[in-house]
Design a protein around this ligand. Sequence first.
Ligand code: ADP
Ligand code: MG
Length: 374
Amino acid sequence: MVAVESPRERTDAFLEVRNVGKSFGALQVLKDVSMSVAPGEFVCILGPSGCGKTTLLRIIAGLETQDAGQVVMAGQDISAWPTSKRGCGIVFQSYALFPNLTSAQNVAYGLHGRGKDKAAVQSRVKEMLALVGLESTANKYPAQMSGGQQQRIALARALATEPKLLLLDEPLSALDARVRLRLRLEIRQVQQRLGITTIMVTHDQDEALTMADRIVVMSEGRLAQYATPREVYGRPADPFVADFVGAMNFLGEADVVGEGQVKLGAATLDVDPERLDGRASGSVIVAIRPEDVRVGQDAANDANRLATKIEYVEFRGPFFRYGLRVPPDAEGREHFIEVDVAAKRAEALPHEPGADIEISLPAHRLHCFDAPVG
Ligand SMILES: Nc1ncnc2c1ncn2[C@@H]1O[C@H](COP(=O)(O)OP(=O)(O)O)[C@@H](O)[C@H]1O
Ligand SMILES: [Mg+2]
């Protein structure tokens, strides 16, 4: 297992959010949120719509004031600082360019009145347009550019003033799928080239997994997990994270019957003792990702085997998704499990509904979550 530092232990943080709380009237939008961001790090705030992502970003930017907690930048409490003093570059979902200004004028906008002469402004604008690959659009107006181009101009404008912190709020979500994929890569490359500390809000798990150094997963105003993409995907902290990031089969509550063993209905399953966190009794929720289940011949000699029947098979291009029914056991417990099988591998398997297929649930791939109390 890869050791991952706890975010709270990082002492080299560039930005720290400490125990921030925020309510709008009776609605508590942020609850005791703490996170730290290292210099040059790219952090994504990921969560469903309405969970408080934008509010958190606006508090960091100084566009909103928290009710509790602090925002600390480079060791200094900036909670009371106005937005202008915080030196953040901000890009929002809507391109928010000035429609009556050309692309070059938009990028130059924040540079005026900073004691730069005209030539210095012009050279900086040129540099920024080159950075986002849009030198050729210098004299175009926003209406003459595509959504993707406008958003790259918005990024160039945000970066022109050399902000210490770049804040992005769903910058890609208004763009079509292809452009979104390309811009993901471009934003990440620009960010790495400049080494600029960046926080990006998104509700798109793929975006967060592909772009971030670390992901803050939020649920209803709380921080559910703060870890690397691999850790969030491979070791989700709770069922919410497991379900929100990637696909997960929840097999239900099981009794812990020993170190590394659980009883799920009538079936006794081996689990990785580490996943039980030292528990030798009590109950846990057992879960497994569709791609981690083994099928057919691969499963024949494994532990944790289950006999199933095919309910459906979906073609997904590179893989097939099998919907499998585990018939009721001696205790009347039945399960439904989705399994992803690589297309090549699936050629050797039955596809017809009703056909028998054996699966195994590899012990080291089973997740064990705290069962809800009560
Ligand atoms: N200025 C505001 N006044 C009242 N309620 C707000 C305000 N801003 C956000 N909210 C509410 O706070 C919750 C979180 O909003 P937001 O931070 O925008 O979520 P997200 O960005 O995750 O979709 C939502 O229920 C939203 O309606
Ligand atoms: Mg939002």
